[in-house]
Write a protein that binds this ligand. Structure first.
Ligand SMILES: Nc1ncnc2c1ncn2[C@@H]1O[C@H](COP(=O)(O)OP(=O)(O)OP(=O)(O)O)[C@@H](O)[C@H]1O
Length: 614
């Protein structure tokens, strides 16, 4: 089962409790540490601007009150004739309004810049961390969902950033306004809370529901993306057309997306209905307070300026409080998503470096010894390799033969430490492979898989990936290409080694399967590896090319150990010894002649293939 097949595996989702929500908020300091690392300057300036901006609403309201009181005074009391103070006040309010606008725009700009930088940095961190993880972790559906959520949420995190900052800003603004209200009527604040709390609880409830829904849909959303890719991509178009699959994919897509739509609609509708009810309660609270303030203004215990100031403060407080409470749920929501991100960063690779690693032997003296090696893939109850006991001698060319699924690829992945054995051990020159320096082991292993990557990059880059530090070493790239028979091909291309390959980018040239293989094979010659592994990378080569490739391979790897996997016996027989695998176990091992004499499975398969050519 590969990762795509496992898309339909659903993660179990439990509802989120308030406690979990509060616990999730503990992720915020770590989040801000990340933000701070992104850009200390932008973070500081942004915070300062927000603090300045938070004092302005109260100031504007207060100056507004003074203006109205002054106007009332000038129009009722004829002994006051100088308008100077009034115009000063108007000028101040004008200045404050402009300042408020400028600050708001500055804050938005900084939020955007900081958010972009943060999203980029997080993406890089995710890629860097993913690179440290084990292959089998990528093959695990639950891990894959976590990675997916961490990746998708990078943009969401930038929203969280401005939300948390706005939250702090609004709280300070409210502090100012509350101080103003307290001076006049402290109980107004109580009324305010009563008006707003139902809306907050409603928001919290619906946010929980929406998080649970979205989280529960992660696997299926991945399938939706996959179907979208299958239905409209250059790589799939050929088979989709020939097998007339578009209807099949579209139907699956529709079924899934309709299901999402129905679930989301249900939630959105009840959210909107309840939202209206809570908003009405809020308005009722506001108008109750308004009536009281108006009453006091009529009796003269409040001035007209006080009336506008209080009504304005109350209105702003209400919308701020509502905003803060609503935002609290989405902040804690975001903090829960943040947990996904941090959980992803907490996943540790199991294939690790020994505390005091041994240097890799150069040259290898004895070779690799498999001692009762067995391997079982995570979540699989079958052994892919079992009871393997054999030696790959230094300088030996060993071919692996066996039917599909016999465990050949798994065996070479164990050699390269892409996996560690589930039981038994592999020794290299007498020491467990796990004791060696991991980077040195990888550097000394040149491995080309049957499903090698076709990079949509230039010919030179496609070869250089075999040893990326040498990407500028044109001489090495060309000599590697010569060894894998890719040089004549590169010379024929219009851009030679700088020719873009693949169709994804403009001026890209598509190659045939065999031509791609020659390019990929060149990667094996890019490094001075002591162990070379070719896992069927020649299957698409024509018979002559494959023969030549292996002739050269034998010459070029003189003195080096090599493992070849091939279903072509003409190739296999060139190896020093052949290991026959069946159901993950070693069935026969020996030279071509020995195995023919043995007249066992190898002989049977060999004659079967030879018969086809007669
Ligand atoms: N990532 C994986 N997760 C779970 N099981 C796997 C995985 N890869 C391979 N297997 C299983 O392990 C067994 C051995 O697979 P392996 O790829 O080693 O066979 P192979 O001999 O290389 O086959 P082929 O000739 O088809 O390439 C198979 O039964 C296969 O289904």
């Amino acid at each position: 089962m590969n990762s795509r097949d496992r898309m339909s595996v659903k993660s179990k989702i439990a509802p989120i409790t308030l406690k979990e929500r509060m616990t999730a908020l503990r992720n915020l300091p770590a989040f801000f540490k990340l933000v701070w690392h992104t850009s200390p300057w932008l973070t500081v300036i942004n915070s300062l601007l927000r603090i300045a901006r938070s004092a302005l609403p109260l100031a504007i309201l207060y100056v507004g009150k003074l203006i109205i009181d002054q106007v009332v005074l000038l129009s009722t009391d004829k002994s006051h004739t100088s308008h100077e103070y009034l115009w000063e006040l108007v000028a101040i309010e004008f200045g404050l309004a402009i300042l408020s606008d400028v600050l708001s725009r500055g804050i938005t700009l900084l939020d955007t810049l900081l958010g972009d930088l943060f999203a980029n940095e997080t993406s890089v961190k995710i890629m860097q961390h993913a690179a440290t993880l084990d292959l089998d972790q990528f093959e695990d559906a639950i891990f894959y969902d976590k990675l997916e959520r961490a990746r998708q949420q990078t943009v969401g995190r930038t929203i969280l950033l401005s939300q948390v900052l706005s939250q702090v800003q609004d709280l300070i603004t409210m502090g100012f306004l509350a101080a103003g209200l307290m001076v006049f009527n402290p109980w107004l604040i109580l009324l305010l809370l009563v008006a707003v709390v139902p809306a907050f609880l409603g928001e919290a409830y619906f946010n929980d529901k929406s998080y649970v829904l979205t989280r529960g849909q992660t696997s299926e959303r991945r399938e939706l993306d996959y179907l979208r890719y299958l239905g409209a991509s250059d790589e799939t178009a050929k088979e989709v057309k020939l097998f007339d699959l578009s209807g099949f994919f579209i139907e699956r897509f529709k079924n899934l997306s309709d299901k999402f739509y129905i679930d989301n609609r249900k939630l959105a509708t009840s959210r909107s209905v309840w939202g209206s009810v809570f908003a009405m309660i809020g308005s009722a609270g506001y108008y109750a307070a308004y009536v009281v303030i108006i009453g006091k203004a009529i009796t003269g215990s409040l001035s007209i300026g006080d009336l506008t100031f209080l009504a304005g403060s109350f209105r702003q407080m209400r919308s701020l409080l509502e905003g803060v409470l609503t935002r609290f749920t989405s902040v804690s929501q975001g903090a829960i998503y943040l947990r996904d991100l941090f959980e992803f960063f907490e996943i540790k690779p199991r294939i690790t470096q020994a505390a005091h690693p041994r240097p890799f032997p150069n040259p290898i003296r004895e070779g690799f010894v498999f001692e009762n090696v067995g391997f079982r893939y995570t979540h699989s109850n079958q052994w892919a390799n079992r009871h393997l006991n054999f030696t790959l001698h230094a300088g030996e060319k060993l071919a692996l033969v066996g039917e599909n699924g016999a465990g050949k690829t798994t065996l070479v992945k164990l050699l390269a430490r892409l996996y560690d054995p589930t039981e038994g051990r592999i020794l290299l020159d007498g020491y467990d492979l796990r004791e060696y320096d991991l980077a040195a082991l990888r550097m000394n292993t040149g491995i080309i898989f049957q499903d090698y990557l076709r990079f949509q990059m230039t010919v030179a880059q496609n070869i250089a990936v075999g040893n990326i530090v040498e990407k500028e070493n044109r001489e090495l790239i060309i000599s590697s290409a010569e060894q894998s028979l890719a040089d004549p091909l590169a010379q024929r291309l219009p851009g030679k080694y700088d020719q873009m390959l693949g169709r994804r980018f403009s001026q890209g040239v598509e190659l045939s399967g065999g031509e791609w293989q020659k390019i990929a094979l060149a990667r094996a010659y890019m490094r001075e590896a002591q162990l070379l592994i070719l896992d069927e990378p020649t299957a698409a080569l024509d018979a002559r090319a494959e023969y030549e490739v292996f002739q050269r391979f034998a010459d070029l790897t003189k003195g080096k150990s090599a493992v070849l996997i091939s279903h072509r016996f003409s190739t296999v027989r060139m190896a020093d010894r052949i290991l026959v695998l069946e159901k993950g176990m070693l069935l026969e091992i020996g030279s071509h002649e020995t195995l023919l004499q043995l007249n066992g499975r190898y002989a049977e398969l060999f004659h079967l293939q030879a018969m086809g050519y007669r």
